[in-house]
Design a protein around this ligand. Structure first.
Ligand code: ADP
Ligand code: ZN
Length: 210
């Protein structure tokens, strides 16, 4: 099964992807994570990407499409994959469909994790991530990771102004993909304004995993 995750930044796509990865043995492909790895590694691609990410803008299509194409070559995608954070505009969606057709694959479902904008702003401004193990929590967790005791930090792009820019980009460029996938009869929607467990129960049901 090949899935695309849709939803605003902070909707909880990563959390649902992690669960799906474990239960359905799907490869988790997060373009945000791939880009942050490139930034941390200090590669040329990472340096270019960081300037866009810090402003809350999209990294240029050719960079991100290249990363995804390369990642789709990895044999772990054979039993299915979840794309998280990609596609983010119609050019990326069209490039993805073309690449998958070349690989004799296709997207089965586009899963929209639906959360209202005011909830999103609240979540992103209190989001904290562990720089050691990748745990995602909130300001309520304090300064130390509950999983590994590493330091919990705010992501550079979770600053208020950058949040605003990311939500504007989402509304203008990414939200229209909901119609793109609805038009292909692939859209599945879940209410993301519930606990991660409740959302996941619904995800499993709607993807016929339970
Ligand atoms: P979020 O969904 O919380 O905004 P991500 O980790 O998915 O966070 O992405 C962080 C940043 O990485 C984005 O704001 C953007 O700059 C860049 N990025 C991630 N995926 C893409 C993509 N498919 N196309 C362009 N830029 C991307
Ligand atoms: Zn940790």
């Amino acid at each position: 099964m090949n899935i695309v995750l849709l939803g605003a930044p902070g909707a909880g796509k990563g959390t649902q992807a992690q669960q799906l990865k474990n239960d359905a043995h799907l490869a988790h492909i997060s373009t945000g994570d791939l880009l942050r790895e490139a930034v941390a590694a200090g590669t040329e691609l990472g340096k270019e990407a960081k300037s866009y990410m810090d402003k809350g803008q999209l990294v240029p299509d050719e960079v991100v499409i290249g990363l995804v194409k390369e990642r789709l070559q990895n044999p772990d995608t054979e039993s299915g994959f979840i794309l998280d954070g990609f596609p983010r505009n119609s050019a990326q969606a069209i490039a993805l469909d073309a690449e998958l057709a070349d690989l004799d694959k296709h997207i089965d479902s586009a899963l929209l994790v639906d959360v209202a904008p005011n909830v999103i702003i609240e979540r992103l401004s209190s989001r904290r991530v562990c720089s050691a193990c990748g745990y995602t929590g909130s300001a309520k967790d304090g300064a130390t990771c509950p999983v590994c005791s590493g330091p919990l930090m705010q992501r550079d792009d979770d600053e208020p102004e950058t949040i605003k820019a990311r939500l504007d980009v989402y509304a203008a460029q990414t939200a229209p993909l909901i119609e793109y996938y609805r038009g292909q009869d692939k859209l599945v929607s879940v209410d993301g304004d519930r606990t991660p467990e409740e959302v996941y129960g619904d995800v499993k049901m709607k993807l016929h995993l339970s």
